[in-house]
Design a protein around this ligand. Structure first.
Ligand code: CAA
Ligand code: FAD
Length: 379
């Protein structure tokens, strides 16, 4: 067992931290208030290599390991979880699947600009009637010979209005249920594709979450990823890795809130001494640090398993389940340590508390992670 980071991994962590402090911190409250997507900051992240971190350099990626990715996700999430979800989707839900299962032509045309951060991607699985119950896809892709005709609605799609490339999961043979699901690459300007309503959210308000409509969208056959019927397995495998990214996001939200609470506890005085000298506050800090460290170990283990080429679906579900719970608990305590000041925007912790909640919902709710974990235990 080795708990040391390499020099390269430490450099990535530092670069992400410096970037987040310099580029994301200014304006983060304003973007949250007005639900503004961090467009320029995401462009910069692309130029710095944060959007295709694990992709092979021959496809414009950074060629880094999952540990480095997780370290960068944590640092960016400490400051701006809206930026980190765009990063997580592009890296692990879009680039990963294209690199692993895309054809050479798909990699040339779509993966290269995505990994270079020139364009953003979106992953479209959820529908109004198919969230946790992801096999209940209603979006239909009808085989018309040399193209598919896609009709249906997706909702809750991250990067919904800002993406150029959409990986769309749809039914090609409804009678085959999950074995009749495929994945298609849809371009933003394809005729019949429409970006719908923007969601007004509790947290990650800077992230653009939209419904998407597909009305007779003609998608060339060469835009199907893998064989017909491979789409559900593709989505599940993609989410196994995606959940490591969201677990790292939760870890970052928790550690960001903890760092703010720790600093504040040393400054704020009551009854003649800093509140950090009251044992009630000390015990909160002790619990917060312990929980964060436990979450970090689960997140790192899942990332390490992936880097070693071992099975990581079980570990990634545990990491997401636990880190998201810690994010929720730690951010609530961080607000408490700030007292009334924690309840206002200026001190950042109320935003982190609101942002934490989504980590228990997307990429599979906590209940779904428990289903994945318990099925693995009992298999
Ligand atoms: N890898 C490969 N195949 C898998 C798999 C995995 N991890 N998990 C399941 N499968 C396969 C199964 O082997 C099975 O195939 P066979 O019949 O050929 O054996 C098939 O998929 C169906 O599996 P289940 O019977 O287990 O399916 P289920 O209906 O019980 O559902 C589930 C399983 C785990 C609950 C799944 O539906 C699920 O993960 N739901 C949550 C959906 C989700 O996470 N959505 C996230 C959307 S993206 C997002 O949220 C992004 C964002 O916010 C930023
Ligand atoms: P439901 O599935 O209706 O669940 C409702 C409740 O019932 C939950 O508590 C759930 O845990 C529980 N439940 C459901 N089934 C069971 C069961 N069998 N056992 C126990 N409890 C159960 N999706 C994408 O495809 N791409 C994206 O980019 C994306 N981004 C998102 C961004 C945001 C901000 C949000 C809010 C969602 C996003 N999603 C995305 C969708 C997200 O993955 C789903 O919201 C999530 O999977 C839950 O689905 P649902 O909302 O339909 O809830």
């Amino acid at each position: 067992m080795n708990f040391h980071l390499t020099e390269e991994q430490m450099a990535v962590k530092e670069a992400a931290r410096d970037f987040a402090k310099a580029e994301l911190l200014p304006g983060v409250i304003d973007r949250d208030t007005h639900a503004t997507f961090p467009k320029e900051q995401i462009q910069l992240m692309g130029q710095l290599g944060f959007l295709g971190m694990m992709v092979d350099p021959k496809y414009n990626g950074g060629g880094m390991d999952t540990i480095s990715y997780v370290l960068a996700m944590e640092e960016i999430s400490k400051i701006d979880a809206s930026a980190s979800v765009a990063m997580s989707v592009n890296n692990s839900l879009v680039c990963w699947g294209l690199e692993k299962y895309g054809s050479e032509a798909q990699k040339e045309k779509y993966l290269k600009p995505l990994a270079a951060g020139e364009v953003l991607g979106a992953f479209c699985l959820s529908e109004p009637e198919a969230g946790s119950d992801a096999t209940s896809q209603r979006t239909i892709a009808e085989d018309k010979g040399d193209y598919y005709l896609i009709n249906g609605t997706k909702n809750w799609i991250t990067n919904g209005s800002t993406a150029s490339v959409y990986l769309v999961i749809a039914q090609t043979a409804p009678e085959k249920k999950h074995k009749g699901i495929s994945t298609f690459i849809v371009e933003r300007d394809m005729v019949g594709f429409e970006v719908g309503k923007k969601e007004d959210k509790l947290g990650i308000r800077g992230s653009d979450t939209h419904s998407l409509m597909f009305n007779d969208v003609k998608v060339p056959k060469e835009n199907r990823i893998g064989e017909d019927g491979f789409g559900f397995s593709f989505a599940m495998q993609t989410l196994d890795g995606g959940r490591i990214g969201i677990a790292a996001q939760a870890l970052g939200i928790a550690s960001g809130a903890y760092e703010l609470a720790l600093a504040y506890s040393k400054e704020r005085k009551t009854f003649g001494k800093p509140i950090s000298q009251h044992q009630a506050i000390q015990f909160k800090l002790a619990d917060m640090e312990t929980e964060i460290e436990a979450a970090r170990l689960l997140v790192m283990k899942a990332a390490w398993l992936k880097d070693q080429g071992k099975d990581y679906g079980h570990a990634s579900a545990m990491a997401k389940l636990y880190a998201s719970k810690v994010a929720m608990e730690v951010t609530v305590e961080a607000v408490q340590i700030h007292g009334g000041y924690g309840f206002v925007k200026e001190y950042h912790v109320e935003r982190l508390m609101r942002d934490a909640k989504i980590t228990q919902i997307y990429e599979g709710t906590s209940e779904i992670q428990k289903i994945v974990i318990s099925r693995n235990i009992l298999r």
